[in-house]
Design a protein around this ligand. Structure first.
Ligand code: NDP
Ligand code: MG
Ligand code: MG
Length: 340
């Protein structure tokens, strides 16, 4: 089993005399920059001229430079712009990275799939909170932690891991616990998880369940509640106490029905389909498709985005969420996107 690191396993000295450049001030960037700053680390935010994020970073009391200037003065450069623009941003800052500096990521895609080939002489690490940035920030402010991962791709100084752990501690992750992994493992499991289970699998299960009920003549409102709304309650129980807590909390009828019918829905064929999805992550086919899709200005992405938003369940859901109480409480702010 993997070791889990906590605060006492980290040493702030590894960042004590360092300047950290946080490139990007979005979901992760704003959280890392502010948490580092409040943990006593010298931080400079790197944003392009005219960037919409500049005002926010300045208002939060942080110093802002261009990505190139920020990287020039920093010892650690944390790349927290969208994965699709990271190769571009890396090209802008590569010359500023000196012997012994650190290039740090929060996700391994560009390194693992060779979209960024880091120069030699520098450390290359990853500190990846397993949560959207807004929670990383909120937890830190509340004195709590956010679970995270650390990985080392290139260790020129011999201190790469210690420094990554110090960073993980400074943004609050070590309060909760930090697991060591590799760029390969983080990238492949992250992509598989979001495709097969979390984002792709869960939405497909919900939409298909909804369609089967409505096609059989049941009301869309009932279908919405059964297959979408209640899903949160089931997931909350699994989150708290694993599958067992969920099974113990539902009726015996639901338990017997679920245990006998679950494998009928997600059958051997579905398993083979999942294995195929994993294979395309492992052999780089998915990465290649996504890179080409971006180069072509996302034709398929835009089409699927439209189709998803026009699904009947969205219209029913919008109507129902307005009529019931839970929506206000549970709806998170628009920019609180979840990267999984
Ligand atoms: P965001 O999409 O929130 O990043 C937006 C920021 O990037 C803005 O400040 C934006 O500034 C800047 N930016 C966008 N395009 C450019 C560009 N061409 N040049 C310079 N700056 C640019 O990113 P995330 O925080 O979602 O993701 C950052 C990294 O963290 C990724 O590697 C992601 O995989 C990883 N990650 C994300 C998680 C999440 O919860 N979102 C969770 C764990 C990891 P501007 O105003 O100029 O557009
Ligand atoms: Mg029920
Ligand atoms: Mg992801």
């Amino acid at each position: 089993t993997q070791p889990v690191y906590h605060e006492e396993d980290t040493n702030p000295e590894y960042l004590a005399d360092e300047t950290v450049a946080v490139l990007g001030y979005g979901s992760q960037g704003h959280a890392h920059a502010q948490n580092l700053n409040e943990s006593g680390v010298d931080v400079v935010v790197g944003l392009r001229e005219g960037s919409a994020s500049r005002a926010a970073a300045t208002e939060d009391g942080l110093r802002v430079e261009t990505p190139t200037d920020a990287a020039a003065e920093a010892d650690v450069v944390s790349i927290l712009v969208p994965d699709t623009v990271q190769p571009d941003v890396y090209a802008q800052i590569e010359d500023e990275l000196e012997e012994g500096d650190t290039l740090q990521f929060a996700h391994g895609f560009n390194i693992h799939y060779g979209q960024i080939e880091p120069k030699s002489g520098i450390d290359v690490t990853m500190v990846a909170p397993k949560s959207p940035g807004h929670l990383v920030r909120r937890n830190y402010e509340a004195g709590e932690g956010t679970p995270g991962l650390v990985a080392v791709y290139q260790d020129e100084t011999g201190d790469a891991k210690e420094q990554a752990l110090a960073y993980a501690n400074a943004i609050g992750c070590a309060r909760a616990g930090v697991i060591q992994t590799t760029f390969k493992e983080e990238t492949e499991t992250d992509l598989f998880g979001e495709q097969a289970v979390l984002c792709g699998g869960a939405t497909a299960l919900v939409k298909t369940g909804y369609e089967v009920l409505v096609d059989a003549g049941y009301s869309p409102e009932m279908a919405y509640f059964e297959v979408l709304n209640e899903l949160k309650l089931i997931v909350d129980l699994m989150y708290e106490g694993g599958l067992a807590e969920m099974w113990d909390s539902v009726s015996d009828t639901a338990e017997f029905g679920g245990l006998t019918r679950g494998d009928v829905v997600v059958d051997e064929q579905a398993r083979e389909n999942m294995e195929e999805v994993l294979e395309q992550v492992q052999n780089g086919e998915f990465a290649q498709e996504w890179i080409l899709e971006n180069q072509a200005n996302r034709p398929k992405y835009n089409q699927l985005y439209e189709r998803e938003r026009n699904h009947d369940i969205e219209e029913v859901g919008e109507r129902l969420r307005e009529l019931f109480e839970w929506a206000d409480e549970e709806t998170e702010s628009e920019d609180e996107r979840v990267e999984v």
